[in-house]
Design a protein around this ligand. Structure first.
Ligand code: ADP
Ligand code: MG
Length: 626
């Protein structure tokens, strides 16, 4: 009987971490897209940065176990991310390698590759044969290698080696090994044996074209290589090691790819599996002993004995450099890494123009500068009019006008507006839009304050020499290049110091100021909000103390459940949650997955500590006894 060397339990937590590599593929877009430059780039072998869509003057920096840049070869990816885990499957342990990322970002290239650039799968299989041969020569054990190949499509398990088969069940034996009764398992004795089975079976995959990539797959393709070794001498122990090599379905938001009808259903199912995978990886990588929700989807159920515990797992997140992938890349990076850093890029000499479009007043517009800013703002608007003729201000600092932060905001806005069907604007766009509006208000406020300083200086001293930029604009490699249209529209305004980190404490992100700049501290939302440090925010009023702790915990769990699984309507059914907040919650879930704890709600735009406290009180009281 096959036995596992170790089973997944709390004690194995340390070894159960999923190693995460990110691979950025080379530019494949059109010349036009190339002109825009990349939206993401590597910094070194472990770090990368992407333009922050919440604030284009910043980048978001991510740290991973490995970062593979666009020049990384298939061999290098294999050697650093996959080869090291393979010897374990010869000793009865399990391993899994999966490629994650949006359609078109390089998952299939990474896993399968092509005949001239073979990917992880052929390389890994060759390596397993090599390792087995070397081990078998040592004596003591007999080895046999077998393969199965399946896909999960619409939460159905289909046998790719026996295409006529129906949905197969997933079972667990008494030793907690996961297996699929009825799944074809073929013994292979050399690489060409494998190839003969694998290539035609790959063609059996259910594929459907999307607007993003005609060859994209909407299913999870899972290759299983099983190594069984049997002791020659008594007691003839037998060990089975499993290696799963998985080309996951695309992680993109189906609304952006224009999927309709059945495709939408497929995407929903894909998202269920990916959503659960996210939760599983999260739980495994978190230091707390939390329940790992393997059973919530077919994919994670299948991987239950090969992801976590004593298994060895590597996730290769594939990303693309083009701007059109921006939100999917952002989502994929957030999936892959929970730790990120907002970095103030030293764009201190960039100019910010007043947005040409009327800015809708956002509910949170107090965040744009606190009380007392309106008269201040108005005054300088008048001054600008008299001095610069009209509402398009012309800055005395012509040399500072290029490149402009505004251009990048406009570019980002255009990107968001690029959705093909306005009626199907995604929740993500809603979130992006409201954030953008808030950001614009903030930018505007800062611009006015800066202008006030400059104009008062101009009144006193007319020397142009003084107008030399105080800070040289260092290279801004992630800056989107301007199109002719945005150039023509460009308005000159004032030096925009970097003072853009105000939202971040809400998101528990560390803020690093790379360059020391003279920044006038503007009162912002973060000044008014205590750090989201959990229950302390709640207990300040003491009302919770009067409740029974188990009742309280039950209520908290109920609220958390609604937050994580509730539809728009159900979310709106919560106290203190209106349409906009409900959409923001859905949007947050789209990007980040799920709320691990109730205090994560503080990361939602506009959810101040005070509002959160009211929200908690109202909902706990209303869920009690339900
Ligand atoms: P996915 O499976 O994620 O949808 P693909 O693997 O099909 O993406 O990649 C999309 C296109 O990009 C393919 O033409 C593929 O050959 C190419 N490609 C992806 N990654 C690389 C890479 N690292 N080097 C060269 N070409 C790549
Ligand atoms: Mg693919």
């Amino acid at each position: 009987m096959a036995q596992r060397v170790a089973t997944s339990d709390g004690a194995a937590k340390k070894t159960s971490r999923v190693r995460v590599a990110v691979r950025l593929r080379p530019f494949m877009g059109s010349e036009d897209e190339k002109d825009e430059g990349p939206c993401v780039r590597g910094l070194d072998s472990q770090n990368l940065e992407i333009v922050n869509w919440r604030n284009a003057t910043e980048t978001v920096k991510y740290h991973f176990d490995v970062f593979h840049g666009e020049k990384t070869t298939q061999q290098e990816v294999f050697l650093s991310s996959v080869k090291p885990i393979l010897p374990h499957i010869l000793t009865g342990q399990n391993a899994s390698v999966f490629a994650y990322g949006p359609t078109g970002a390089g998952k299939t290239h990474t896993m399968m590759g092509s005949s001239d650039q073979p990917g992880v799968i052929p390389r890994a299989v060759r390596e397993v044969f090599k390792l087995v041969k070397a081990k078998a020569d040592e004596g003591g054990w007999d080895y046999s290698i077998g393969m199965s190949y399946l896909e999960i499509y619409n939460e159905k398990v289909l046998d790719l080696l026996s295409p006529s088969s129906q949905d197969l069940p997933i079972r667990e034996d008494k030793d907690k090994n996961i297996f699929i009764p009825g799944l074809t398992h073929t013994t292979i004795s050399c690489f060409s044996d494998f190839d003969k089975q694998f290539v035609p079976a790959s063609l059996n995959r259910t594929t459907a074209s999307t607007k993003l990539n005609h060859r994209s797959s909407r299913s999870h393709a899972i290759l299983l290589i099983k190594v069984v070794r049997t002791q020659r001498a008594s007691p003839h122990r037998q060990q089975t090691g499993k290696l799963y090599l998985i080309d996951l379905a695309g992680s993109e938001d189906n609304r952006r790819t224009g999927n309709q009808g059945i495709r939408l259903k497929e995407s929903g199912a894909i998202n269920l599996s990916l959503f659960t995978l996210n939760k599983v990886v999260d739980s495994l990588n978190s230091s707390a002993a939390v329940r790992v929700p393997y059973r919530d989807s077919k994919l994670t159920r299948l991987l239950q004995d090969s992801l976590g515990g004593s298994s060895h797992s590597v996730m290769i997140t594939n990303i693309a450099p083009e701007y059109k992938y921006y939100f999917d890349t952002f989502g994929a990076l957030n999936f892959a890494s929970k730790s990120k850093l907002i970095v103030n890029k030293p764009f201190t000499c960039e100019t910010v123009a007043v947005p040409a479009l009327p800015v809708k007043r956002a509910r949170e517009d107090h965040a744009a500068g606190g009380s007392g800013t309106e008269p201040h703002k108005k005054k300088h608007k008048d001054e600008r009019k008299t001095e610069h003729d009209g509402s398009s201000p012309s800055s005395p600092f012509d040399s500072l006008s290029d490149p402009s932060v505004m251009d990048r905001l406009i570019a980002l806005e255009k990107l968001m507006m690029n959705c093909q069907d306005k009626g199907e604007l995604s929740m993500l766009k809603d979130v992006a839009q409201s954030r953008k509006e808030i950001q614009e208000l903030k930018e505007k406020q800062k611009e006015f304050e800066r202008k006030a300083m400059l104009f008062s200086r101009l009144d006193g001293e007319k020397s142009n020499a003084k107008h030399e930029p105080a800070f040289k604009n260092s290279a801004a490699p992630l800056q989107r290049k301007q199109s002719a249209a945005t150039k023509a529209n460009k308005q000159q305004a004032v030096v925009q110091p970097l003072q853009v980190s105000q939202l971040q404490p809400l998101q528990q992100l560390a803020v690093v100021k790379k360059q020391s700049v003279c920044v006038k501290k503007v009162k912002t939302i973060s000044d008014q909000v205590e750090p989201p440090d959990g229950k302390e925010n709640l207990v300040e009023t003491g009302w919770e103390f009067q409740l029974d702790t188990s009742v309280l915990e039950q209520s908290r769990q109920k609220i958390l459940h609604v937050l994580n699984t509730g539809s728009l309507k159900e979310l709106k059914g919560l106290q203190q949650i209106g349409d906009k907040k409900a959409k923001l919650i859905l949007g947050w879930r789209e990007i980040h997955g799920h709320f691990l704890k109730l205090e994560d709600v503080l990361k939602i735009e506009g959810m101040t500590a005070k509002r959160f406290s009211t929200f908690m009180k109202a909902n706990i009281l209303s869920t009690m006894g339900k």
